[in-house]
Write a protein that binds this ligand. Structure first.
Ligand code: CTP
Length: 399
């Protein structure tokens, strides 16, 4: 496909080199359009050599080919990474002072912005308003990652990992609908750990991959995503707000506070049903030759609680869609149907686990059961495909 990679003048421009490589190595034809000041960070020869095409910043080079309209018109995707506060402002106001902003005005394909800037600039009301305008017009603006910025600052403003930006672009180019634009979704992922003492815990084998796939696909479909991650060691999906938790109690608190204004919640985390009754402050010692029994107490059932709270709040209360996952080893469908009814959720994704299926693998297969009695079977494939099938059903229920 034909991709225009816009690069504006932020220090993160060096990371755009890697993004460019990801596109070209996957066979895409990329034209790089930097702003003039972006070339202070990474020079024209680098972009020209990596893309295999000449690079210019203004509309006065090669005028006979009318580049100021041609690049935008012919593109299948325009991605601006990094997008500075300045370029977001110019795009939101339709200015056309250089080749990049001309390209943005003539593009009729999907447009993705990956902003990177200092936290104060990202949070400034002017930038918030410009981002809102661009999203309103259908552009995907990926929320920056939180972390170390240039200098001593930390906060929201980092350019997400180029591989994660590429993943979003790949899904946008595959023609995924932007049917979650303006929607807020909460996803739990990973597996809880219930502490016995400062060094030991009871845990499970969930890797968090399915929850992270749900987050990635939701961002590509335009959603604002809060990802409550329990003990996941994967890279943060671009554009999500990641809240890290360890235990079921922490996960419950994080999910309940995040769902306050959410349209949908998907509980993909493997939550421990029980936790040790006592968490020892010091490491448990072998005091006798025989093992000590461990007393357990029940953890809250978060999915069931979400359904109960919504019911108690009355008609119209949110989240509009509550979805859960059920990992089963036997009687998969019968157990799934009983669980859907017991938990009072709208959708339950039932998958068979064991024998190399589901846990820690990139693939998954499932049946999605709905409270209205319908069911959708999703054949074995990447966890992103199952995630998209879940969002198809959720988007349909939200519209
Ligand atoms: N879940 C939850 N809180 C719990 C346990 C599970 O919110 N304490 C959620 C999970 O995130 C998942 C769904 O409930 O979305 C089903 O999880 P599962 O472990 O299959 O259900 P259980 O109620 O624990 O049933 P089982 O008897 O099969 O363990």
């Amino acid at each position: 496909m034909r991709v225009v990679l816009g690069v504006s003048a932020g220090i993160a421009a060096y990371k755009a080199c890697e993004l460019l490589r990801l596109f070209t190595e996957s066979g895409h034809e990329v034209r790089v359009v930097p702003t003039r000041d972006a070339l202070r960070f990474v020079g024209e020869p680098t972009w020209a050599a990596l893309s295999g095409h000449p690079v210019t910043t203004d509309v006065w080079d090669g005028v006979h080919e009318v580049p100021h309209v041609r690049l935008g018109q012919q593109a299948d995707l325009v991605v601006v990474a990094p997008a500075t506060a300045d370029v977001l402002a110019r795009a939101a106001h339709g200015l056309a002072g250089d080749l990049l902003t001309n390209t943005l005005l003539t593009a009729r394909c999907p447009v993705v912005f990956a902003p990177a800037m200092h936290t104060e600039m990202w949070e400034h009301p002017a930038t918030r308003a410009n981002v809102a305008v661009l999203r309103e017009r259908g552009a995907i603006v990926i929320d920056p990652a939180v972390g170390r910025l240039t200098g001593a600052d930390t906060g929201p403003g980092r350019l997400p990992d180029p591989a994660e930006i590429f993943e979003i672009c790949r899904r946008v180019m595959a023609g995924r609908p932007r049917d979650l634009a303006g929607r807020k979704v909460v996803i739990s992922a990973g597996g809880t750990r219930e502490a016995l003492d400062p060094v030991r815990y009871l845990g499970n084998r969930s890797s968090g991959r399915q929850g992270y796939a749900l987050a990635r696909t939701a961002v590509a479909r335009g959603a604002e995503v809060t990802l409550v991650a329990a003990n996941v060691s994967l890279g943060d999906p671009a554009g999500t707000k990641v809240v890290r938790v360890e235990s079921a109690i922490e996960l419950r608190d994080a999910v309940l506070s995040a769902v306050a204004d959410a349209d949908a919640v998907v509980m993909a985390a493997a939550v421990a049903d029980f936790r040790p009754a006592v968490r020892h402050d010091s490491k448990i010692k072998k005091t006798s030759a025989e093992p000590e029994p461990i007393d357990l107490v029940k953890n809250p059932d978060i999915l069931a609680e979400l359904g109960e709270r919504r019911r108690a709040a009355g008609p119209g209360a949110g989240p509009a869609v509550i979805a859960g996952f059920a990992a089963e080893t036997d009687d998969v469908l019968a157990n799934g149907k009983a669980k859907l009814a017991r938990k009072g959720c709208d959708l339950l994704v039932v998958n068979q686990v064991g024998e190399g299926l589901a846990f820690g693998t990139p693939d998954n297969a499932a049946v999605i059961l709905a409270a209205d009695g319908s069911q959708v079977e999703v054949g074995r494939g990447p966890k992103e495909d199952l995630a998209d099938a879940v969002w198809d059903l959720i988007a349909a229920r939200l519209s």
